[in-house]
Design a protein around this ligand. Structure first.
Ligand code: FES
Ligand code: FES
Length: 174
């Protein structure tokens, strides 16, 4: 057993004792009842289980949870799909996913949402040129598998959010 403390969606959890071999996915879903994080392949291949990890320097990245031990996240600050809406208001990305009917069964959606959010935050820190945008989105979402093949809809939804706030996410052109 190992003691685990971490911050999830801005809320502190722990210290609590967890088994050394408990996966982060089981920790979230079984111990905390946060079932928004899905379990797909269980082999770090589909990224349906990906969450956001926030670094102290303000950067963020996604991490699969299916094969990662929960204790690997000790002391970290993470975000899950449950943390995107604020005061009952969906995020711009959540609204865009709905507007585009981006998801079908929804199993992969939390992973795509987290990845898209990380991309938005990266572009807010370091905008890209408009002509690099399509490849930038494709590269960011690459690796997330959707068994319902909703790839284009997800891509379009992310693009819409970026173009709707282009001064923030894209390099200004004359
Ligand atoms: S369930 Fe974790 S990568 Fe597929
Ligand atoms: S919406 Fe079904 S797996 Fe992506």
């Amino acid at each position: 057993m190992t003691t685990l403390s971490l911050t999830i969606n801005g809320q502190k959890h722990g210290p609590m004792e967890v088994r050394d071999d408990l996966s982060m996915n089981d920790f979230l879903r079984e111990m905390l009842g946060m079932t928004g994080t899905k379990f797909g392949c269980g082999a770090a291949q589909c990224l349906s289980c990906a969450i956001i990890v926030d670094e102290p320097d303000g950067t963020s990245y996604t991490s699969p949870t299916c094969i990662a031990p929960a204790v690997n996240f000790d002391g970290k600050s993470i975000r899950t799909v449950e943390g995107h809406a604020r005061d009952g208001e969906l995020s711009a990305l959540q609204r865009a996913f709905i507007d585009h009917f981006a998801f079908q069964c929804g199993y992969c959606t939390a992973g795509f949402l987290n990845e898209g959010q990380v991309l938005l935050e990266r572009l807010a820190r370091k905008p890209v040129a408009r002509d690099a945008l399509e490849q930038t989105i494709a590269d960011a979402l690459d690796g997330h598998l959707c068994r319902c093949t909703g790839y284009i809809k997800y891509h379009e939804a992310v693009r819409d959010v970026i173009l709707a706030d282009s001064q923030r996410y894209l390099i200004a052109t004359k």
